[in-house]
Write a protein that binds this ligand. Sequence first.
Ligand code: PFF
Length: 454
Amino acid sequence: MSETTQSIHGQWSGKLAFILAATGSAVGLGNIWKFPYITGENGGGAFVLVYLLCIAFIGVPIMMAEILLGRRGRQSPINTMASIARAEGLSPAWKWLGVMGVVTGFIILSYYSVIAGWALAYVERAVSGAFQGANGEQVGAIFANLTGDWEKQLAWHTVFMVMTMLVVARGVRGGLERAVSILMPGLFVILIFLVGYAVAQGDFQKGWHFMFDPDFSRLNAHAVLTAMGHAFFTLSLGMGAIMIYGSYLPKNVSITRVSFTVAVADTVVALLAGLAIFPIVFANQLEPGAGPGLVFQTLPLAFGQMPGGIIIGTLFFIMLTFAAWSSAISIIEPAVAWLVEKVGVTRHVACLLAGTATWALGIGTILSFNAWSDKTWLGKTFFDILDYLTANILLPAGGFLIAIFVAWMMRRQSVLEELNVKDGPWFEFWHFLIRFVAPAAVVIVFVQAIGLLG
Ligand code: PFF
């Protein structure tokens, strides 16, 4: 294993490329679209606090574990798990953890691409000045018009899937690395600008208090499960995306440092997104718990009022698309790498196969906003079910098993070697988190949430 110095799929040019790629994977719709609306639905401050604790004590340690597995195995998550298990003298069944990851990614991308399609559609709406002078009701109507129309959504979903597969088809350096080094810096600049607007024009105080004053009476087991699930989702953990990015990481890079950097960047973007959105929500008497439509109905209001709103609105939705794009490529990369390894097809054919299957499943999500909107199971639409199943169940379960594998199954020496650190208090602290804290937290939250269902 340690004789494998490079993946057959390629390698990042260096540490910065990995940081950009992993941040590109982490920062996505989860930060700008999902984090604000689930914070709104779960009452604000206390939810944000639990989320931050999950990032620090579960997310970062598991991210380190995932990267180290990837770099040690240097293959798709399925073959990485199989080969490390073999080298460590463990059961070959561990490869099923990789299989679960690939399947999870396939499901996530199917709905992720539909929402990213909304972002694309909104670029077009913003350019054409559709939000200029619009009030809350009109902005709501523009959104309803899009989600009610399956053909429009299918068209944008198709465009987004093609964009994603075009990047992935070009490979690690020529596709993934090139894309993220353009997409990420731009996203950050626009976000700062929008927070500036919210400070100047929105009800910033109210937005701030909503996000940071913890009201624990609004926190229930379901909110805690959502916060934990989102910590996995936003850091792209538990399904092999960060593992495969780790498999392209050069040997000399410190896994500890890059993990911190990526987690901090991701958290900062989520908090900034909240601070850009909630002040506008409150200044316009909108509902913070408006659900998936929140970003698509609040920011356009601001764009419609501000000077230069057409340009800024357009840039915002371009940036949202970029964020989604740089995440989407990481969601499907494990499946593509596996198809290349297992079936022996070229990367192009693998992209076509994985992309088509994902695209087809996405149709279910599109219909759940219109034709199937009343077809629910336990009160959830098809989209809600996929979202719940992946973010709240499959990702935490994947993260739990990754923690168990690294902390309890692998030889301590192999772990130390791959992390390239000395056995000492820091290592002990991380090992403690991953051995006890992270797995126990996942189990406790699961049990509580199941109890709530029953
Ligand atoms: N982290 C991405 C986001 O916050 O939008 C979503 C994601 C990417 C989830 C990659 C899972 C994954 F493997």
